[in-house]
Design a binder for this molecule. Structure first.
Ligand SMILES: Nc1ncnc2c1ncn2[C@@H]1O[C@H](COP(=O)(O)OP(=O)(O)OP(=O)(O)O)[C@@H](O)[C@H]1O
Ligand SMILES: [Mg+2]
Length: 302
């Protein structure tokens, strides 16, 4: 689902804009609790990190550690209980046209064609200009949907819908794109295809992107910087610079020693977090620990 909180954005150029973003997001000592009294649940605790300009920052963490909660805080849908979040040095006090959030669920309008869905943002702002129409055509081509421009969402596969969703977000040219597991639920092959499309779009625009996932391969393939979250209450446990060359291609990323080293480092931290949650009785954590142990013994044997 794409939530357009970016009404009134300026028109885009005929290629994905490469303008340098002014906005860096800083999250400082943020905590977030729900409920009151005995029923208070602390979901985020004293969490600090930076989303650097013009980089793709990926956050990975166990299910339920507070990633979507953080996204709602960054989007300005909710406020932190304590601490502050700033964009370009100014506090985030609510939704703004400088941030655009893409959620997992599709929010394409079923009564609009792919092209009309992509043009929704510019048209809503009264900007049905030749420049924006060219940009829509360009994005359709970039996400491989030119032949599907006149099709309606139910006529598209799940992967195609996600690609249309990305194009619909990018035409608005937000300063910061925030994505909450946008490819969750897709089959492996569609997912891998999505990674290449999305990485390609990012590499061209180099706008500030914050991408949340629970998939380690997705995280490594996409990230410039990887933030590893703790178990709930969520905190950033470690930051790993993923210094793999771009453009990213599946064929070489997963063959590289560096990618494997990053993966092992990240998995070992995630394993520690899963163990904590396992001792707390989580079924998801138990599954992860079991799968990880099988993987480690296979690696040792082979
Ligand atoms: N509005 C709310 N009221 C009470 N508890 C909430 C609320 N929103 C989230 N939570 C709790 O906060 C915790 C973190 O939820 P959140 O959705 O942020 O996790 P997540 O890391 O995004 O998980 P997943 O990877 O499964 O999407 C969960 O235990 C959830 O039940
Ligand atoms: Mg979530």
């Amino acid at each position: 689902m794409t939530t357009d909180i970016s009404h009134g954005l300026s028109a885009t150029s005929a290629s994905v804009s490469s303008k340098v973003n002014a906005g860096e997001i800083t999250v400082s000592n943020v905590s977030k609790s729900y409920g009151a009294g005995l029923f208070t649940k602390e979901v985020i605790k004293d969490c600090s990190f930076t989303i650097e300009c013009n980089k793709l920052t990926v956050m990975i963490g166990p299910s339920g550690c507070g990633k979507s909660t953080l996204i709602r805080l960054l989007a300005g849908f909710e406020k932190p209980t304590t601490g502050d979040i700033k964009l370009g040095g100014k506090p985030i006090t609510g939704p703004g046209r400088d941030r655009l959030v893409v959620f997992q669920e599709s929010a394409l309008f079923p009564w609009m064609t792919t092209y009309e869905n992509i043009m929704y943002g510019p048209r809503a702002r009264g900007e049905d200009t030749q420049e924006n129409r060219d940009q829509a055509d360009y994005l359709l081509e970039k996400v491989g949907l030119t032949a599907f421009r006149k099709k309606y969402p139910p006529q598209l596969s799940g992967g195609m819908q996600r690609r249309a969703e990305l194009a619909r977000a990018m035409i608005n040219n937000p300063e910061v794109m925030i994505l909450d597991e946008p490819f969750r639920g897709l089959d492996c092959m569609s997912k891998e295809l999505m990674w290449e499309y999305y990485a390609g779009l990012y590499e061209e625009s180099r706008r500030t992107n914050f991408f949340v996932t629970t998939d380690i391969d997705e995280a490594i393939f996409l990230a410039d910087r990887l933030l590893i979250m703790s178990n709930v209450p969520g905190q950033v446990r470690a930051t790993i610079e993923v210094d793999l060359p771009r453009p990213r291609r599946l064929a070489f990323v997963f063959d590289s020693e560096r990618a494997n080293a990053v993966k092992m480092e990240a998995l070992s931290l995630l394993h520690e977090e899963a163990m904590k949650s396992f001792t707390g009785g989580s079924k998801a954590a138990a599954d992860f620990v079991e799968a990880y142990s099988r993987r480690s013994s296979k690696a040792e044997a082979g």
